[in-house]
Design a protein around this ligand. Structure first.
Ligand SMILES: [Zn+2]
Length: 452
C-alpha cells in the first residue's frame, strides 16, 4: 500500500484551514449528539513511540499529524498487560477483574456485563469490529458488535468505507484492532522503509528462530538495537493504515461527523526489564498513547492521568447517551477544550492494573505491584518512586514513604474485585496456541508464570 501524503490525510479530515502547530478552531457543533466513532486500537504500542523519531524523521508521521489536531492525553494508563483484559476494559468501561479476566487464557468475559457496542446499538448505532488475529474473534473483541471481521496479519486492508456505505444514514461505531506490532515478520510492504542492514537478519524479516535467539538476550545492546528497529518498522508500516482509515472517512463524507480515538491495549517492554514482551506491569507496558480527535473540540495536551476504562464512558457521553453508572471509568469530556459545564468534572484516581498473577496501583508519582508469586521479591510486593526512578530500576520495600497507603488501597481494591466473584477457570491451551504465544514473546511467561 502506498503511504498517503500528509496533504491527503489533512484533506480527509477537512482540516485544510489548519496550520501546523496552531491547530484548528473548533467547528460548529451542528449535530454533537450523534457522531460516529472510530476507535483504532494498536496492539503493543507504547506511549513513547507515538511521536518518536529515527534519523530526524517521525516514525509515525500520520499519527503525529493526528496528535497535533487532537486532544493528546500524555498520562494514559492501561488496565492490563495482556490484550484481552485491556481491550475488554476499553470495550466495557470495567476493570478486567470485574470481568474475571486477567490474561489471554480467559477467552471471554464473565457474567452479563454489557459491552459498549451493545449499548450504542440499543440507541441506534451500527457497529463493526475488525481484529488482527483469529484468536481474538467474535466471542472476544467482537462481542456485542453488529458486524465482525478478522484482518490477517500483514494485510493492511480494512474495508471501512464499504461497510459505511451499506447504511450511510445511521451513526456508527467502528473498532479496528491490529496486532502487527507483535513479534512477527515485517510486512513486505514496509521493507523498503528501513535499510536492511539495520535489521541484521536476512531480508529484513524477523524469523521465529532469530527471534528466539535474540529474545533471551536481555541486556545485550546489539539485540536491543535489532528489536527496536523491528518495532519501529512495524509502527511505521501501521502508520500507513491509519492514513488509509482517515482517507476512507474522508471518501465516505463522514470525516467531520466522526470522533476518532487512537490508542493501544498496552505497550511493550523491549528488553528494558526481564523480557521482550508485555504481560508485565512496568510503565513500558502500562503507559499507552491516547488521542481523541473531535471535530467540535480544540486540540491540546491533557496532563491529567487517565485510564483505559474511561473511554467507554467518554463515547457514551459524547453520543448523548445516559451514563452507565455501573462502569468503573469516567468520561474524559471535562478534560477536553472548550470546557462545558454540561460535561461535568473528572477526578484523577489511582489506576489499578492486572496481568497473569500481578496487580498494580499507580499514581502519577509512584507504583505498587502486588504479586501472588514474585521470585526474589520477599514479601511479594514492590514499590517504585516514579519521580526518582521513572525507569522502575530500583524496587523499594514497603517502608518507603507512601508505600503503605498505596498497598492498602490496592489490597482493598483486589479484595473487592477479585474475591467477590472468583476468576473464571482458564481454558487449556492447544499446542498450536501455545506455539503461537511463544512466537509472540510469551514463552518465558508460560514457563515462569508470575515473574514480573
Ligand atoms: Zn495486546
Amino acid at each position: 500500500m502506498a503511504v498517503p501524503t500528509l496533504r491527503c490525510v489533512l484533506a480527509a479530515l477537512v482540516l485544510s484551514a489548519c496550520t501546523a502547530g496552531s491547530g484548528p478552531e473548533p467547528a460548529a457543533p451542528e449535530s454533537p449528539t450523534r457522531p460516529n466513532f472510530l476507535v483504532i486500537d494498536i496492539d503493543s504500542f507504547g506511549a513513547d513511540w507515538l511521536l518518536a523519531e529515527r534519523d530526524g524523521a517521525r516514525i509515525a508521521p500520520t499519527m503525529t499529524m493526528l496528535a497535533s489536531r487532537s486532544q493528546r492525553f500524555t498520562r494514559a494508563i492501561s488496565q492490563a498487560g495482556w490484550t484481552l483484559p485491556a481491550a475488554y476494559s476499553l470495550l466495557t468501561g470495567h476493570y478486567p477483574l470485574l470481568l474475571n479476566v486477567v490474561d489471554n487464557t480467559h477467552p471471554a468475559w464473565d457474567g452479563n456485563t454489557r459491552s459498549l457496542a451493545e449499548t450504542l446499538g440499543y440507541y441506534g448505532y451500527r457497529s463493526v469490529a475488525y481484529w488482527g488475529h483469529t484468536s481474538l474473534g467474535p466471542n472476544q473483541l467482537g462481542r456485542g458488535f453488529g458486524s465482525t471481521a478478522t484482518t490477517e496479519q500483514g494485510d493492511y486492508t480494512v474495508p471501512l468505507s464499504a461497510w459505511i456505505a451499506e447504511e450511510p444514514e445511521r451513526p456508527f461505531f467502528a473498532y479496528v484492532h491490529n496486532i502487527d506490532l507483535h513479534y512477527a515478520p515485517i510486512p513486505t510492504a514496509a521493507l523498503h522503509l528501513y535499510e536492511p542492514a539495520i535489521f541484521g537478519c536476512t531480508g529484513g524479516h524477523l524469523m521465529t528462530e532469530e527471534y528466539e535467539a535474540i529474545v533471551g538476550k536481555v541486556g545485550d545492546a546489539a539485540a536491543h538495537t535489532h528489536m527496536v528497529a523491528h518495532y519501529e518498522a512495524r509502527i511505521h508500516a501501521f502508520d500507513a493504515v491509519v492514513a488509509d482509515l482517515l482517507n476512507q472517512l474522508g471518501a465516505s463524507g463522514v470525516a467531520n461527523d466522526t470522533v476518532i480515538v487512537l490508542t493501544s491495549d498496552h505497550g511493550e517492554d523491549l528488553g528494558d526489564h526481564v523480557m521482550y514482551a508485555h504481560s508485565v506491569l512496568f510503565d513500558t507496558v502500562l503507559r499507552i498513547p491516547l488521542l481523541i480527535w473531535d471535530p467540535t473540540r480544540k486540540p491540546g495536551e491533557v496532563d491529567t492521568m487517565v485510564q483505559t476504562i474511561d473511554l467507554a464512558p467518554t463515547i457514551l457521553a459524547r453520543a448523548g447517551i445516559p451514563a452507565d453508572r455501573t462502569m468503573d471509568g469516567q468520561s474524559l469530556l471535562p478534560l477536553m477544550q472548550p470546557e462545558s459545564p454540561a460535561d461535568g468534572s473528572y477526578e484523577e484516581r489511582v489506576v489499578y492494573s492486572v496481568t497473569t498473577t500481578l496487580t498494580s496501583a499507580r499514581t502519577r508519582t509512584s507504583k505498587g505491584i502486588r504479586a501472588s508469586v514474585a521470585p526474589g521479591a520477599g514479601s511479594g510486593r514492590r514499590f517504585y518512586d516514579l519521580l526518582a526512578d521513572p525507569g522502575e530500576r530500583h524496587a523499594l520495600d514497603e517502608a518507603a514513604p507512601g508505600a503503605a497507603a498505596l498497598f492498602a488501597g490496592l489490597e482493598a481494591w483486589h479484595e473487592e474485585r477479585a474475591i467477590a466473584t472468583g476468576l473464571v477457570p482458564r481454558v487449556e491451551l492447544l499446542e498450536a496456541q501455545k506455539k503461537d504465544l511463544q512466537q509472540r514473546g510469551y514463552f518465558q511467561l508460560l514457563d515462569k508464570s508470575g515473574t514480573p
